[in-house]
Write a protein that binds this ligand. Structure first.
Ligand SMILES: Nc1ncnc2c1ncn2[C@@H]1O[C@H](COP(=O)(O)OP(=O)(O)OP(=O)(O)O)[C@@H](O)[C@H]1O
Length: 320
């Protein structure tokens, strides 16, 4: 099956500033694809290129089998980074209006807008004007407007920013509903937890360049898990294992020492526990903690400082 979206070696410069240096991505039908990167990494620029809002200086794009996103725009829902709805229209009418712009007839658009508002906890807001809604509610209305015309592909630029934790969860549920309905979803974020929970694949960019492309599991395997072991016994014998680089004491309680075992590459639990048994090391507790996507992200982007520096250099300190 042809990919729903394909960007190949996209470059984009604004004056002297290179926003996107060499970005490629491929999104298959039905996938949830997370487009990740620090502030200023080039996510919005890449999305705008994908949707035909701006053209790349170099590179090729394909969306829903077309070279021009305009010809397939009725099959696409888009939440831009800049939020904005007609403030004097009611929530239901604004969603219906955006549905009509995507080719729906007025009655169906209004009915569907009402259904969506009801389903996602905004029935009371249906008749309220957009200017009377809280920022988070208005954002939810805007997200719902991206799906009113039942698109095949939904592209959401930073959909979680500005939402409180409860509404972030509502949005996660909404995205999972869309996935279940067979939609393809692309969303950008610099908050890894959403991507970790939702994505089939992720593309990570930094400074306009691809840093990683693959599944969340593949990303996590780039780092070795953290191994912690509690015992009263001497564990220096574990150094005999070729993969064990270091054993470091972490804490001690009632004569039981907690150790961190640092390995080179992956070691199986069986191998480590087996070696402990051979050397009569009595294990009080053993855990192997997989890295979080955030840790992988920080590792790939070059450390927390690099993530912060990139944010600061763009003048955006917001980490939500
Ligand atoms: N129209 C423009 N003119 C000049 N520079 C631009 C323009 N659009 C983007 N840039 C610059 O290109 C770089 C990439 O911006 P972009 O908005 O694509 O990043 P982003 O990853 O979406 O960031 P954020 O997460 O903060 O939205 C930034 O340095 C930005 O300042």
């Amino acid at each position: 099956m042809a990919p729903i979206v394909e960007l190949s070696n996209i470059h984009k410069r604004f004056g002297d500033h290179i926003a996107v240096e060499d970005v490629s991505m491929q999104v298959e039908p039905g996938q949830v694809y997370g487009f990740l990167g620090p502030n200023g990494a080039g996510k919005t620029t890449s999305i705008r290129i994908m949707l035909g809002i701006i053209d790349p200086d170099r590179g090729t794009r394909q969306i829903l089998g077309a070279q021009s996103a305009l010809s397939v725009s009725h099959r696409v829902g888009y939440l831009p980074e800049e939020r904005g709805l007609y403030k004097n229209m009611s929530a239901q009418n604004v969603i219906a209006y955006l549905g009509q712009l995507k080719g729906m007839d007025g009655a169906s658009a209004k009915r569907r807008a009402g259904e969506l508002l009801e389903r996602y906890g905004l029935a009371d807001a249906a008749k309220k004007r957009v200017k009377q809604l809280s920022k988070g509610m208005a954002q939810k209305v805007q997200v719902l407007s991206t799906m009113v015309h039942d698109p095949d592909l939904v592209v959401l630029d930073e959909p979680f920013s500005g939402l409180d934790p409860v509404n972030q969860q509502v949005l996660e549920d909404l995205l999972m509903d869309m996935k279940q309905a067979g939609k393809t979803i692309i969303f950008s974020t610099h908050v890894m937890q959403h991507a970790e929970r939702l994505c089939d694949r992720i593309g990570l960019i930094a400074h306009g360049r691809d840093v990683f492309n693959g599944t969340v599991g593949e990303a996590k395997r780039l780092l070795t898990p953290r191994i912690l072991l509690r015992t009263k016994d001497d564990i220096m014998a574990l150094h005999e294992l070729e993969a064990v680089r270091d054993v470091t004491p972490i804490s001690e309680e009632n004569g039981v020492m907690e150790w961190e075992i640092v390995t080179q590459g992956r070691v199986s639990t069986e191998e480590l526990v087996g070696r402990c048994m051979e050397h009569r090391i009595e294990i009080a507790h053993f855990s192997m903690i997989e890295p979080s996507l955030h840790e992988v992200f920080v590792h790939l982007v070059g450390g927390e400082k690099a993530v912060e520096d990139q944010n600061v250099s763009k003048g955006w300190g917001d980490a939500t």
